[in-house]
Structures are given as structure tokens and as C-alpha cells.
Design a protein around this ligand. Structure first.
Ligand code: KG4
Ligand code: ZN
Length: 394
């Protein structure tokens, strides 16, 4: 079976063609996986501007389809999977309508996909063995749009149930109990700014650009170089750990909700109290970035492990753009392996995090989700498919 998957919930126009063989023990092969990023366009706004994102999806989707079909050597498609929500409504509708048109013209079944679920199932995609190409397309089709694509065979990885899933992206921070494929319960979620948004807004305050998470991570990981070169007596004094100390919002609360807008505000206040010289200094910016990253990581880890213990889960699963953060992955791994849950229930394969390229938005994960829903007969007629900006997992 060959699945064509479409994802336009945010600012990436994504299309993948995935071949599934062997129904009982499925094997997946990604024939093409195209991601047309709009980062360059949204950079100047310091975040995503929905009307622009919609226009770019409209402009790019046919071109991305053409490229995906060419790379996959134009196979006969059997099923279409499309993200219907949650996400930016105008953007979702572009992908949904495109998918509906294809389903109508090719007379194909179509499966509606929840974006959060596809981030969870991205964990079943294995590390990429082939070399990943990230290129700046020069062809008129893709003016200035960086595209990445890869061809990989993917082996099945396993999720053991019950599982706790932490999905952290630019639009969502949710802690979900997964009892089986298709069976979810949201335990906690964000009350204000999500983790990715907090990274993005802090990066804007510090004048670092967009996307914030990626830039902050890169800046923090440059630490040794900067601190060795540090000459600023205000920030490089002996035994001075960090001048910037930020809160860990809701870390000790019993519930599983999150809140990161206070963290962003704390950064803003701290920034405003500094002299113009300090504000612009590399050391101050790096210390603030490091502290913000650490605050977010600590809250996410503490709440996830607490839920894992309470529900005696057999797997802990991460997903979403923020899960691409190396420090988060590293600290999660070590905290999980030190925790009691690891010794009692989890085992070696119990901590799952997707390959980095599959943490951020892509359509390969949508194809995978499409396959699991197709198995459960969730396919629909194209007429019944609608975008749902506030779609929830249940
Ligand atoms: O899942 P995603 O690609 O799109 C949404 O569904 O929102 O996530 C995008 C978010 C952005 O806020 C970006 O700043 C964040 O993921 N992000 C990161 C990293 N890479 C992307 N945050 C922290 N560290 C990273 N390496
Ligand atoms: Zn996403």
C-alpha cells in the first residue's frame, strides 16, 4: 500500500509518500519526504503570521507534490492521509482542501489525522541512515525555500502500553496518557504560552531571531567558547555561576498543567533592569538563554516523570519541535534512567524520542498515523473531511 500524506498545520508545507508492506508486521519505506519551510518569510515577524503562512502553503503545495511524486518515481497512490487539526485554521484548510481534491480526482479513500497523534507516532520512525540533504533550492519552483528530503527504510519500533506522551511544540504542550493506538487521555496541558512559543518569545526579547528554540539551543551549546573568552567583569567574575535566575513555573503543583508565560515575563523584567551595555553583551544573552532552556527542561521532566510514576507506564514518549533539543533529550534520558519507574516498569526500550528530523513538523509521521487509522477503518469520504483548529485527542 502506498500512502500520500499532507501536513500544513503550521508554517511547514510537508508532503510524504510512504510505502507500507506486510500488514501484520508492517514495514515502512519513505519514498519521499519533502518539507518546504517558511522560516525565512516569518523571521521578520519573530513568529508565524497565519495569513502569510496560508498564502505560502497555497503557493507551495502543488510544487511540493510535484517534487514528492518525482522523487518517489510517481507510484500508484492507494490512500491519502491529511492533518485536519489542531493548528492554524487557515493553514489547515489549505492542506485539507488539497487532499480532498486529490482524493476526488484519484478516487481514493482519505484518512483525517490529528497533528498531536502524528507527533506521538513519529516515534515509530527510526533514525535516518541515509545522508539527509538540506538544501537551499535555487530552482524557480522553490525560491529561497530550504527543503530537506531523505529516503529511508524504516523498521518498526515498539510502544508498550500504557505510555506517557509529552508533546512540546510551537503550538502545544500536552501530557497525554496513551492506553493503546487511538486511545488517549489528556492529563495536562498548557494554560498560556506553550514551551516552543516561550523559546520563540524569549529569543525575540534577546534579539536572537526565529525560530527561538533552535537558536537558543545553538547559543547555549557554544558555552565553553564564550565563557572562556568572557572579558566582562559583571558577568565573568570568579565563582559567578549565573546572574540570571528564573522561575520554574508550576513545577511543584500536583496537576499536570504547564504555564510558561510567567517565565517569558520574568525574562522581560530581568532584561529591562539591565544596563544597555549588559543587555547587548554576549555573556548576558547566553546566560539568560541557558537559564530559560534549563527552566523549561526541568518543568517538562519533573511533570512527565511524576505522571509516569502515577500511571505505572511502560513507555515514556516525547514528540514535537522542542523534543529536537539536545539538552532536553540528554537530561530526559538521564533522569528517566535514574528514576524508580525505570527500574520497575520501563526497561531499556521504554524511553522513546523521535529522530530529530521527525520531531519538527513533517508528513512522514502523518502517513504512519494514516496507516494505523486505515487499519482501524477510520477512512472517510472526501466530502466528510473538515479542518478543525481545536481538535483534541481522545
Ligand atoms: O512541532 P513544530 O515543528 O511545529 C508545531 O507544531 O508547532 O515545533 C516548532 C517549535 C518552535 O517553537 C521552535 O522554536 C521549537 O519547536 N524548536 C525547538 C528546537 N527546534 C525547534 N525548541 C528547542 N530546541 C530545538 N532544537
Ligand atoms: Zn507540530
Amino acid at each position: 500500500m502506498i500512502i500520500l500524506a499532507i501536513e500544513t498545520s503550521c508554517d511547514d508545507t510537508c508532503l510524504a509518500i510512504v510505502k507500507v508492506s506486510n500488514k501484520t508486521r508492517p514495514r515502512f519505506k519513505i519514498l519521499s519526504n519533502i518539507i518546504s519551510s517558511q522560516v525565512k518569510i516569518h523571521k521578520k515577524w519573530g513568529g508565524i503570521y497565519p495569513a502569510l503562512a496560508k498564502r505560502e502553503h497555497q503557493r507551495n503545495l502543488p510544487l511540493v507534490l510535484k517534487r514528492a511524486l518525482k522523487e518517489a518515481k510517481s507510484p500508484k497512490i492507494d490512500l491519502i492521509a491529511v492533518t485536519i487539526g489542531p493548528g492554524l485554521e487557515p493553514c489547515l484548510w489549505v492542506g485539507v482542501n488539497f487532499a480532498k481534491a486529490l482524493a476526488y480526482f484519484w478516487n481514493l479513500p482519505i484518512v483525517p489525522i490529528n497533528h498531536i497523534e502524528s507527533h506521538i507516532l513519529a516515534n515509530l520512525l527510526p533514525p535516518i541512515r541515509s545522508k539527509l540533504k538540506i538544501e537551499n533550492q535555487k530552482s524557480p519552483d522553490f525560491v529561497g525555500i530550504p527543503t530537506c528530503r531523505e529516503k529511508v527504510k524504516i523498521k518498526n519500533k515498539k510502544i508498550e502500553f500504557p505510555a506517557i506522551c509529552l508533546i512540546v511544540s510551537g503550538g502545544h504542550t500536552q501530557l497525554i496518557l496513551m492506553k493503546d493506538f487511538g486511545k488517549y487521555k489528556i492529563l495536562g496541558e498548557i494554560r498560556d504560552d506553550v514551551a516552543g512559543e516561550c523559546f520563540d518569545k524569549v529569543a525575540r526579547i534577546l534579539g536572537l531571531g526565529y525560530p527561538g528554540g533552535l537558536i537558543i539551543e545553538a547559543l547555549v551549546s557554544m558555552k565553553s567558547k564564550v565563557s572562556r573568552q568572557s572579558r566582562d567583569p559583571d558577568l565573568s567574575g570568579k565563582n559567578q555561576k549565573s546572574k540570571v535566575s528564573l522561575p520554574r513555573p508550576m513545577i511543584h503543583q500536583k496537576n499536570y498543567d504547564f504555564s510558561f508565560s510567567g517565565l517569558k515575563t520574568a525574562v522581560l523584567y530581568n532584561f529591562k533592569t539591565q544596563s544597555p551595555k549588559i543587555r547587548k553583551s554576549k555573556e548576558y544573552i547566553r546566560e539568560t538563554a541557558k537559564e530559560v532552556q534549563q527552566a523549561i527542561i526541568e518543568v517538562l521532566i519533573r511533570k512527565t516523570i511524576k505522571a509516569a510514576k502515577e500511571f505505572k507506564v511502560k513507555s515514556i514518549i516525547l514528540g514535537g519541535g522542542v523534543a529536537a533539543n539536545d539538552e532536553l533529550r540528554k537530561q530526559f534520558r538521564s533522569n528517566v534512567s535514574l528514576s524508580q519507574i525505570f527500574k520497575e516498569n520501563l526497561g531499556r526500550q521504554g524511553f522513546l524520542v523521535p529522530p530529530k528530523i521527525f520531531c519538527t513538523d513533517n508528513a512522514a509521521m502523518v502517513a504512519l498515523a494514516g496507516y494505523y487509522h486505515w487499519l482501524r477503518q477510520k477512512k472517510k469520504n472526501w466530502k466528510d473531511i473538515e479542518a478543525k483548529a481545536n481538535l483534541r485527542l481522545e
